[in-house]
Design a protein around this ligand. Structure first.
Ligand code: FES
Ligand code: FES
Length: 203
């Protein structure tokens, strides 16, 4: 092996860490680059791709997971996995969106998001739901401003937020989903059914 190869191998060995992560109640032993983020470890080492990689710099909330000290009760606080080193998460118990549903089925927050149609492309939803879960675990009957504040770090490019806030209120039992009657489809007018002659474009 060339000297450059030796140097690279030494560098990689020096910059690799053996770590343990506890995710969704399961213990994992991993060997990862020292700079591996928790988000990268979840997605690329453990295959838990529900946590999304959006901005990768702490701005969008797509990577939100719940974390608490090992052995502590509850599900924990919302943290950003993209700006947390995997090494630093070893003392934590992490819950990702894959671990949110319980033996009885979907978590109420997941059910409410579905019932309210509070999702479109879905990219923001895992982080949005986990931030909402953290809020309701701490404050089961939040006001609308408290919901807005708790979700202020989670950006959504699709929904306009109204349905998301409604879903959190529904999950908290503060309201029922807004009922919207299906809109009847309209028959095409006569002019719509006429073929239009293609005009020739003369240069
Ligand atoms: S990916 Fe955007 S905050 Fe983490
Ligand atoms: S549903 Fe598309 S970003 Fe929120």
């Amino acid at each position: 092996m060339s000297r450059r190869g030796d140097w690279l191998t030494d560098f990689r060995v020096r910059n690799t860490a053996s770590i343990r992560l506890r995710v969704n109640g399961e213990e994992h032993a991993l060997t990862v680059p020292s700079q591996r983020t928790l988000l990268e470890a979840l997605r690329y080492d453990l295959g838990l791709t529900g946590s999304k990689q959006g901005c990768d710099k702490g701005d969008c909330g797509a990577c939100t997971v719940l974390a608490r000290p090992r052995g502590a009760p509850g599900r924990g606080e919302a943290i950003l996995a993209c700006i947390t080193l995997a090494q630093d998460a070893q003392d934590l118990e992490v819950v990702t969106i894959e671990g949110l549903a319980g033996p009885g089925g979907l978590d109420p927050i997941q059910r409410a998001f579905a019932d309210c149609g509070a999702l479109q492309c879905g990219f923001c939803q895992p982080g949005m739901m986990l931030s909402a879960r953290a809020l309701l675990d701490k404050n089961p009957t939040p006001t609308l401003p408290q919901i807005q504040d708790a979700l202020s770090g989670n950006l959504c490019r699709c929904t306009g937020y109204t349905k998301i806030y409604e879903a959190v209120q529904v999950a908290a039992g503060l309201r029922v989903p807004t009922h919207r009657a299906p809109v009847p489809s309209e028959r095409a007018g006569p002019s719509d059914s006429k073929a239009h002659a293609v005009k020739e474009i003369v240069p």
